[in-house]
Design a protein around this ligand. Sequence first.
Ligand SMILES: [Zn+2]
Ligand SMILES: [Zn+2]
Length: 285
Amino acid sequence: MAAAGEGPLGLSLRFRVLGSGSAGNATLVEGGGSRVLLDAGLGPRQLAERLTSAGVDPASLDAVFVSHEHGDHARGARAFSAKWGVPLAGTRGTFRASGLAEARLPALQEMTPGETRTIRRLTVRAVAVPHDAASPLAFVVSAGGASLGHATDLGHLSRGLVDAFRGCSTLLVESNYDPALLRDGPYPWSLKERILGPLGHLSNGDVGRLLERGLGEACRRVVLAHLSRRNNHPELALQAAGEALERAGRRTVEVALAEPEGTGWIAVGAPRPAAGRGEGQLRLF
Ligand SMILES: [Zn+2]
Ligand SMILES: [Zn+2]
């Protein structure tokens, strides 16, 4: 299905955020001779445009993994799959809640949390996360000894997620809100409570706790994503993450921000060999 003239798919792992935040989430990941999307929360035309501008033929994707049914993650899944003949993968709960289960699509591939799907030499592991959706997932995508941990919507840091991310050299994680901005902001109370709750979204402080206490030694880079435009500022998210890494003595870990319109390509290197000096025991929550 790959377009003529397109270069061969590399084996090393890299990714590119195509959209981040409430306007729509999608991340292109390639490696191990395969190419997949994590979420399709942009409209199908916009998704295709952003893939094309990344030099990728939409029809060359092997699958779209849908994390959960909320529109900012699943909006374009049905039309994109139908137009380009790309299978969708996700939980039964996500397919039912999004109406995808009834759609006539090229292929729906059900996954259960904990399951790993292999496409050529790329693996995608589904990790259950706490969020107010039917059966939401985070993903660990691996190829060539490198792993990307990718978690957008979740209300708190579960032990399962922290464990799953421990071996990843790059993490993409939501840093959705600053609690003070959210509390003082314009949202109705019911929505504020939902976001703040254990099935809502991660705050800058939640991400700080992950970086300070739950980061595996393999981690080299953290990409902060899904920032709320109203309830957060990029500087606040970066500052909270930077301070947490400082407290953890992990100054060499790079922190970057995914803009709403996405990022360029980001390489996911394999973990470095262990440094001579230990960093001490990193404790779980
Ligand atoms: Zn959501
Ligand atoms: Zn979302």
